[in-house]
Design a protein around this ligand. Structure first.
Ligand SMILES: C[S@@+](CC[C@H](N)C(=O)[O-])C[C@H]1O[C@@H](n2cnc3c(N)ncnc32)[C@H](O)[C@@H]1O
Length: 219
């Protein structure tokens, strides 16, 4: 019997094969009211985060890590970014096929477990939209954070949007971006109560935040 080394991020690939089988669009806001609310709150916070960063947006290069089928990448187009400024990366080839089909002008990269073809300090704005909440393994979270730390130059930003807690299948722990992103300083934060979601550990709607946007700046 061979002892095959574990592929980085295999848990995510396995869980998403169930959550969003190839060719699927599980989180289409047209079909799920809660997703519509989620996207609206996310778009609001992304615009606010970009304003808070006070960056020059015209030439800003953006990498959407965990872009899935590209919905979170295409959101930047709504805010006036050019497709050539945008890149997405994911570990799921099927989701990337959809992403490329939806917008051929955005570059989408498949991560096959051995890193990203991006040089150190090459990306001044990284976006992470609902990614860590489905990554269970501490080693995978650390690797993901390390890769982001390498490609963001001093003064560059990380926009982090997610549930307040990981999903149950990913551990259900409280998500605190600063725990992983050493070398980044918090700039701005905005909690959100997304209608239709119950706060972690509850079943009823309340005014307890369900999601949070955090903007971090690389020191
Ligand atoms: C809930 S989906 C969100 C997709 C997209 N960001 C959006 O908002 O529509 C989470 C995505 O993160 C991806 N992902 C998780 N860990 C990853 C990693 N280490 N590298 C790249 N993508 C990852 C998953 O494959 C999945 O497509």
């Amino acid at each position: 019997m061979t002892n095959k080394p574990r592929r980085m991020f295999q848990q995510v690939i396995d869980d998403y094969a169930r959550l969003e089988p190839e060719g699927g669009d599980t989180w289409n806001p047209l079909h799920r009211e809660v997703e519509l609310e989620h996207r609206v709150e996310l778009l609001r916070r992304l615009a606010a985060g970009l304003r808070a960063a006070a960056v020059e947006t015209e030439s800003l290069k953006i990498l959407d890590v965990g872009c899935g089928n590209g919905r979170s990448t295409r959101m930047y187009l709504e805010l006036g970014f050019d497709p050539e400024q945008l890149m997405g990366v994911d570990v799921r080839s099927g989701a990337l096929r959809t992403a490329r089909h939806m917008h051929a002008g955005i570059q989408f990269l498949l991560d096959e477990g051995d890193g990203w073809p991006l040089s150190e300090g090459a990306v001044p704005w990284v976006s992470l939209c609902t990614v860590f909440s489905s990554v269970r393994d501490a080693e995978d979270r650390r690797e993901l954070a390390d890769r982001i730390r390498r490609i963001v130059p001093p003064g560059g930003h990380l926009f982090f949007w997610d549930r307040t807690h990981a999903l149950d299948f990913a551990g259900g722990d409280v998500l605190v971006p600063s725990d992983w992103f050493e070398g980044f300083a918090p700039v701005w934060e905005s909690p959100a109560v997304v209608a239709g979601y119950a706060a972690h550990g509850t079943t009823e709607a309340s005014d307890v935040p369900t999601h949070r946007a955090t903007l971090l700046r690389r020191c």
